[in-house]
Design a protein around this ligand. Structure first.
Ligand code: IMP
Length: 176
C-alpha cells in the first residue's frame, strides 16, 4: 500500500511485469529499427523511468532527448495550445520515437505529435507504457503500448499524484 497526501493506493502492476513488458517492447523496436538510428523524444517528467529502461535495451545506434509540455495557453484564435519546451535536438529527417508514460484523453500526446510533425521528421512513432482506451478523446496511432488499463488513476514508476509517488518500481492504483 502507498499513501500520498490524503489518498491511498494499492498495488496494480508489479515491477517484474513492467520489466518483462518493457523488454518485449524493446524487442519490437529493435526489430523495427534495426537498420535505422532513431531519436527517442521523451516527454518529461513521467516517462523518464520507462524511457531509461527501454533505452538500455535498444541495440541499434540511437539517441535520446527530452521535452516538456506546458499546460494549456489560451489563444484568441484556436482556444488552447500546449507548448513544447526544451527540445534541444533538431528532428527534421529523423526517425522519431515519442516516449510517453500514459495516454489518458490523448490530448497531450496528440498535441505533441502534431507539433513535432511540423518539423518534418522522416518518421514518427509512439511508445507509451500505459493506455486508458476508455478515456481517449481523439484518434491517435499508438505503435508500442505497454499495458492497456481501465480508467483509474495510477501512480508509480514515473507517474505522480501532485508531484509525489514517481519513485517506485511498481505501479499502484487509487484505492476505491
Ligand atoms: P492526456 O492528455 O489526458 O492523455 O494526459 C496525459 C498526461 O496526464 C500524462 O502524461 C500524465 O502526466 C497525466 N495522467 C493521466 N492519467 C494519469 C494517471 O492515472 N496517473 C498519473 N498521471 C496521469
Amino acid at each position: 500500500m502507498l499513501t500520498i497526501h490524503d489518498k491511498t493506493f494499492v498495488p496494480f502492476i508489479a515491477a517484474r511485469d513492467i520489466q518483462q513488458r518493457v523488454a518485449e517492447l524493446a524487442t519490437q523496436i529493435n526489430r523495427d529499427y534495426h537498420d535505422k538510428q532513431p531519436l527517442m523524444v521523451v516527454v518529461l517528467k513521467g516517462a523518464v523511468l520507462f524511457a531509461a529502461d527501454l533505452f538500455k535495451q535498444l541495440t541499434m545506434p540511437c539517441e535520446i532527448t527530452f521535452l516538456r509540455v506546458s499546460s494549456y495557453q489560451k489563444t484568441a484564435s484556436t482556444g488552447h495550445v500546449r507548448q513544447l519546451l526544451g527540445l534541444s535536438e533538431p528532428i527534421t529527417d529523423r526517425d522519431v520515437i515519442v516516449v510517453e508514460d500514459i495516454v489518458d484523453t490523448g490530448l497531450t500526446l496528440g498535441d505533441v505529435c502534431d507539433q513535432l510533425r511540423e518539423s518534418r521528421p522522416a518518421s514518427l512513432t509512439v511508445a507509451t507504457l500505459l493506455f486508458k482506451p476508455e478515456a481517449l478523446q481523439r484518434q491517435l496511432q499508438l505503435d508500442y503500448v505497454g499495458f492497456e488499463i481501465e480508467n483509474r488513476f495510477v501512480v508509480g514508476y514515473g507517474l505522480d499524484y501532485d508531484g509525489l509517488g514517481r519513485n517506485t518500481k511498481d505501479i499502484f492504483v487509487l484505492s476505491e
